[in-house]
Design a protein around this ligand. Structure first.
Ligand SMILES: [Fe+2]
Ligand SMILES: [Fe+2]
Length: 314
């Protein structure tokens, strides 16, 4: 826990710190991860060229935490700012970089959806790492879907109650949960179709939907798919998913990307059981899992009003 300096704290003023201060905090690897992540989310909210640049600088630092860098890739996608494309395309094209970071760069390029990125996404849709190649294909599918949509008769889809830009659209509102569940679990379908069912189930938000999503880890070989299921369960933050998410976090043979999302989702749900589990894995051998548990515990503490340790948090 770092010392708390009141001058770092923008919660008292209700205003954001200036972009250069946030950029400096984000780039400072000596600062706690939670604080740096908060700085990145402020930059996202502020937006604009300088904020994009500050995030891109930190994203490019190969010596930095893969957890933080993948978060920065995600944030740049959510900002949907074309000015981030150069950095994201370079990260995706660097096959020596961390696959989690490259995956997030590819997904961000899909979220931005610029025509200029189609070439690099097409090239790396044949990447040796399945997490990367599959993400590139999803991004291409999303861009293709958006292009077709303009000439579409537009069936109403399940509305997204979250503020996220998703890697796939939801399904039409009239598709029953049971059918969505069937499509979610059907490994013979293209990933894009399974993702559409996934986001529809999330948007429905019922316990049935939570349980359908929670069942998707069972006998599923696709790590990318499972990490996204854990992510949407974190957005839903429903207690009914705790058993499934706990099983994922406990399984040390599971892909680190999946376990990381499970840890974050458990952090979002909170409660004694989730907290005990996060504490138990806060020393995990997989660095992104260990760091996810640490950050999640910090956030839980923060909302309890205990941790003012995070100087930039509001
Ligand atoms: Fe991801
Ligand atoms: Fe993640």
């Amino acid at each position: 826990m770092a010392h708390h300096h009141p001058e770092d704290d923008c919660s008292s003023t209700g205003k954001f710190p200036p972009v250069p201060a946030l950029g400096a905090c984000l780039a400072d690897t000596a600062q706690p991860l939670g604080k740096r992540t908060h700085a990145a989310f402020y930059l996202r909210t502020i937006g604009g060229a300088d904020a994009v640049d500050a995030i891109a600088v930190a994203l490019r630092n190969r010596d930095d935490s893969a957890l933080l860098r993948h978060e920065l890739g995600y944030i740049l996608g959510q900002m949907q700012d074309m000015r981030a494309c150069t950095a994201l395309e370079e990260i995706l094209a660097d096959t020596s970089d961390d696959v989690m970071v490259r995956h997030e760069a590819a997904e961000a390029l899909g979220a931005i959806g610029a025509e200029r990125s189609v070439a690099v996404l097409t090239e790396f849709a044949r990447d040796a790492a399945p997490e990367v190649s599959q993400t590139c294909q999803l991004a291409l599918d999303l861009i293709g879907y958006r292009n077709r949509q303009s000439e579409d008769t537009a069936t109403p889809l399940d509305a997204n109650p979250y503020l996220s830009i998703d890697p796939a659209p939801s399904c039409p509102k009239e598709v029953p949960v049971e059918e969505l569940r069937r499509q979610l679990l059907d490994a013979s379908l293209p990933l894009f179709a399974r993702y559409r069912a996934m986001f529809s189930l999330r948007n429905r938000g019922t316990e049935d939907a939570v349980l359908a999503l929670s069942s998707a880890f069972q006998d599923e070989p696709n790590s990318l798919f499972k990490h996204e299921v854990a992510y949407v369960l974190g957005q839903m933050a429903h207690v009914a998913s705790v058993p499934a998410l706990s099983a994922v976090l406990k399984d040390t043979s599971e892909h680190r990307m999946v376990r990381h999302e499970a840890a974050e989702a458990l952090g979002a749900i909170g409660g004694a059981e989730a907290e005990a589990l996060l504490a138990a894995f806060a020393g995990d051998d997989a660095v992104v899992v260990k760091e996810s548990c640490e950050v999640a515990l910090n956030t839980i503490d923060y909302w309890k009003g205990g941790a003012s340790a995070d100087g930039i948090a509001a």
